[in-house]
Design a protein around this ligand. Structure first.
Ligand code: PEP
Ligand code: MN
Length: 337
């Protein structure tokens, strides 16, 4: 249930409300509204209904929330959330671009790529050190060595680092190096991992799974929010479809849907979303036009020999051209890349 607390309620009225909330054992989260505080009250629905919050003098409005996600619901936070990563912000006018290889392969190439994507206009560097691979025989990532290469690239370029954490046992380790934790498509319902990243105190990029519904997506975000971390950015990276013409189907419809139902920012990943560099620039522009709060693309110096996802990785020069193509689209909708 959502309660709007009157801006001008007295301290005694607020105490009375808080006592009632405590009495029914509700968990309460607060956020600022335009006309006073907004409370998300989580508890037994029957008890919440019976509590008669409408009669409380401190309350101007009570709204039963019928969606299972409460903290991710726009009713709780009517304004767009702005998620900061260093000086960057997802959810503001500027649209940050995350670029880099699928996997961190070695120090020399990663540092060169970091310089190249920075020159092209990226503000965050991506690269997997822990890779979720379909085959156990495929390259699994460099682990901590990869993380320390990423940290060196940040040191040199100032780019913020986004990298995937796959296992609860690695959350502390990845936090020591990364500026933003990525939870990948395959772990969208790894609830123990979601709880741990909820407690980790770092912004999280949560990627949609191959068959995740909007409701499931927001419920996974809710796991992170309800564990104390409101710095969650969602990422549309394509879903499975019947059509094998592309690796995945980039579902841009979910961008306005997320913006309607939730306050959380959303990033579009046209690399995994299409699986083919030919379609990445146009779908990146389409993502911006649909209202994406960020973009993620894969870039590699030698895509043909990339350890993973070469088919969808742009050459550094093509990344720079993609960035040029985004600017007029962003400008047309009052944003900036
Ligand atoms: C990735 O970002 O390289 C990745 C593995 O993405 P996803 O989890 O969306 O497949
Ligand atoms: Mn990849």
């Amino acid at each position: 249930m959502i309660l709007h607390v009157k801006r001008n309620c007295t301290a005694a009225q607020r105490r009375k409300l808080d006592r009632k909330l405590a009495l029914i054992g509700a968990t309460v989260y607060e956020s600022p509204g335009s006309n006073g505080r907004i409370l998300a009250v989580i508890g037994n629905p029957k008890e919440l209904r019976a509590a008669g919050f409408d009669q409380e003098p401190a309350v101007s409005r009570s709204i039963p929330i019928d969606t299972p996600y409460k903290l991710a619901n726009r009713e709780f936070r009517p304004k767009n959330a702005v998620v900061h990563v260093g000086d960057l912000a997802f959810g503001g006018t500027e649209v940050p671009v995350i670029a880099g290889p699928c996997s961190v392969e070695n120090r020399t190439d990663l540092l060169a790529l970091a310089r190249a994507v920075k020159k092209g206009g990226a503000t965050l560097l991506r690269g997997g050190a822990f890779k979720p691979r379909t085959s156990p025989y495929s390259f699994q990532g460099l682990g901590e060595e990869g993380l320390s290469i990423l940290a060196e690239a940040r040191q040199e370029t100032g780019l913020m680092i986004v990298t995937e954490v796959m296992d609860t046992r690695d959350v502390d380790l990845v936090c020591r190096y990364a500026d933003m934790l990525q939870v990948g498509a395959r772990n969208i319902q790894n609830f123990n991992l979601l709880k741990e990243v909820g407690k980790a105190g770092k912004p999280v990029l949560l990627k949609r799974g191959m068959m995740t519904t909007l409701k499931e997506f927001l419920m996974s975000a809710e796991y992170i929010l309800s564990n104390g971390n409101f710095d969650v950015v969602l990422c549309e990276r394509g879903i499975r479809s019947f059509d094998t013409a592309t690796r995945n189907l980039l579902d841009l419809t979910i961008v306005p849907l997320i913006h309607h139902w939730s306050h959380l920012p959303v990033v579009v990943d046209p690399a995994h979303g299409t699986g083919d560099t030919r379609w990445v620039p146009i779908m990146a522009r389409a993502g911006i036009a649909a209202g994406a709060d960020g973009l993620m693309v894969e870039v590699h110096q030698d895509p043909e020999n990339a350890y993973s996802d070469g088919d969808q990785s742009l050459l550094p020069d093509d990344f720079a051209s993609l960035m040029k193509g985004l600017r007029p689209v962003a400008k047309a909708i009052g944003r900036k890349v």
